[in-house]
Design a protein around this ligand. Sequence first.
Ligand code: 5GP
Ligand code: MN
Length: 345
Amino acid sequence: MNINILDNERLGQLRTLIDEAHHIVICAHKSPDGDAMGSSLAWKSYLKQIGKDDVSVCVPDAFPDFLQWLPGSNEVLRYDKRADDVRKAFENADLVCCLDFNQSMRVEDMQPLLDESKAKRLLIDHHLEPDTNNRLTISHPELSSTSEIVFSLIWQLGGYEGMTRDCARCIYCGMMTDTGGFAYNSTRPEIYFIITQLLEKKVDKDKIYNRVYHNYSSHAMKLRGHLILNKLEVVEQLHASYFVVTKEEMKRFKFIKGDLEGLVNIPLQIKGLKLSISLREDTDKPNTVLVSLRSANGFHCQPMATRFFNGGGHADAAGGKLHCSIDEAGQIALKAILAYKDELR
Ligand code: 5GP
Ligand code: MN
């Protein structure tokens, strides 16, 4: 099976970029998820494998508790905790690799460091509409995950044989989380060819599933139940739903990062539902609401994320942000649903 994604010319460009780099920063988006973390750590592992000594993974803020087991995650530099170290890494870098995000604003507080960096930039991503002011842009929205892209690049660069089990585990985690455990975005046979190769590296796939998906506290489980029971608003005629989560509720149920990850997908289990929106008050920034959108059954939520929620993303998994109260955010969600009533009906 052919999983190569670069033609010879671009493969040569990638090789040259890597060969010429000695101080490398890998950065990922705010609130890094399984794919952002998995792909970044796997790419670092490959660069180390080929002899690059100075490689730092830098992220804007915390990653969820259920990813703490990822090999190498303890060395990740968080900008909210270690701004000086991150700044130094960017200043010394001759290559910055942007993984799992399309536009520099997605690194939020780290954006000035990225924009002002003199280093060459390599983008490896699978979101729509990537920035193109990179030395090399490897953008594949048709692929499951950035982790899948990273595997294909390592494969094409001849690094599979030397790939460590830990690197394979990171890639598996990213592919698994971005496909909801291979439930969506996972029809292409190439994905299972890659999984076969990862299993050859002795990836403990069942254990990874458990670590990621069976990691709730009892409080988190009850928060999720509360939201579904008491907060879910379903607009039956328009096959759409939304729910809002307040700071008070998060406090009451002892919320920690990751507790609500994936909850936005659950309403799509309602037969025929086309759109699910989650709106959650930001615990760090006042008057800020974090928005997640998911779509199914032929409706695509990405344009809505751009038009109503200052965001974007993939066709069926998008997000954004509002600067208003949580009540106003709920009203905006309803307005957005009504604006798309012809497509949702
Ligand atoms: P999630 O709902 O898991 O936070 O995000 C789903 C997808 O939406 C992400 O993979 C990302 O592509 C996109 N996304 C989330 N938040 C934002 C945002 O604030 N701005 C943009 N442009 N995209 C976002
Ligand atoms: Mn991703």
